[in-house]
Design a protein around this ligand. Sequence first.
Ligand SMILES: [Ca+2]
Ligand SMILES: [Ca+2]
Length: 402
Amino acid sequence: MTLQSIGLSTGGRDRAPEWEHYLKGDPALLNSELGDILDRDAVRLDIRTDDQVAYEALHHPDPMVREQSLYQAMDRRLPEAIDLIAESIATDENREVRWNALWALEKIGGPRALQIIERHVNDDDADVGEWAQLFSSELRTGLPAFDNRSFAWDSDRTFDETILLNIHCDVYVALDETGRNWGKISLAPQGLARSYGQAHACPNTDTRNQKLIISKTLSGLHEDGTPHTENFVFRGLTNHANAGRGSFYFESRGLRPIFLSGRADDDSLGHRNEMVAAKRSGEWTLDPRIQIRGESAIRYVRGRVHTWGYVNFDTMAGSSLEEVLFPGNSILGTLDTPTGPLANAFIVGTFKGKLVDWDGDDKVNVNSLDIYSTLDGDVDSDQDGVADIPGVQFCPRTNWMN
Ligand SMILES: [Ca+2]
Ligand SMILES: [Ca+2]
């Protein structure tokens, strides 16, 4: 399986636009999402044949590649995509593949996808079952639904909640400087986590309406086995007009190194320290049965994320997915000079995260995940609430900040 070289492609351009008239309303509102437009025009950079994609979705030994293949089948709108995804949910041994496959069905939507999702509401894995219940409810009503498990919460941890975010990211890369040729890489949640890191939303009840730490942990980058950490402080506003739900729009700007190698902690080509920006908007849902510090806990969050990227495309063409999706092979971009002109990727994604039972005792874990961040987003390797180095939110091992 290889990524396409520049200029050899057929792709999204062959497809007709999904709507052909403007009776729906004002195109200034309906047709201003650059990601939606690029989705129609961009060539797909994964050049595996459809048969390869279908085979690897069920049989590749690496769960990340299986999941990536399911999302690729969806992105290509393969006629057999729903059957493949249904087979994966029924047979895959990796629970994250299974719940991210359920999410893919929700994205496809329609009565057949709904029917397959609802087969799994009473799954042996309670969290796969709860995701099925949640996606089914969202498709039917727009709102999530949860099961009635009890919960476990630790009052000694830095964060009241640690919610693993499943993020599905579409990366649109300008293939040259004409602005006419774009490529698309659709990253399923485990592919994104492998290359970029696993993101966690870490809300605290007293500050969550205006401030949120997103902490990213990347395994497999440091030779000594310690995780690579990057934290982001998001700030914004939250609307509570609907009881039990909060709709939000948050932004983050933080100083971090841009490694010109395109790889985290690879300083071989040097780095520049820049303010890196990201935006997230969406809605969280409280569960009044889970009370922490006198407040209902956030049981579930969903939304969209947007940021900029720098993809070193020359080093990627002709590479396999496994060669490209390795730890650290992606960095956020910035629009600020002098690095800004390097930004060549428009990145849009959707995310979903809920409380999960991570240790199999049938209680959902509210804040059990290891998060290497202080309340202010500084790296905190020993999780004691005190920063390794005050003001430093990105792994300091390359000494980038000095
Ligand atoms: Ca548990
Ligand atoms: Ca510490």
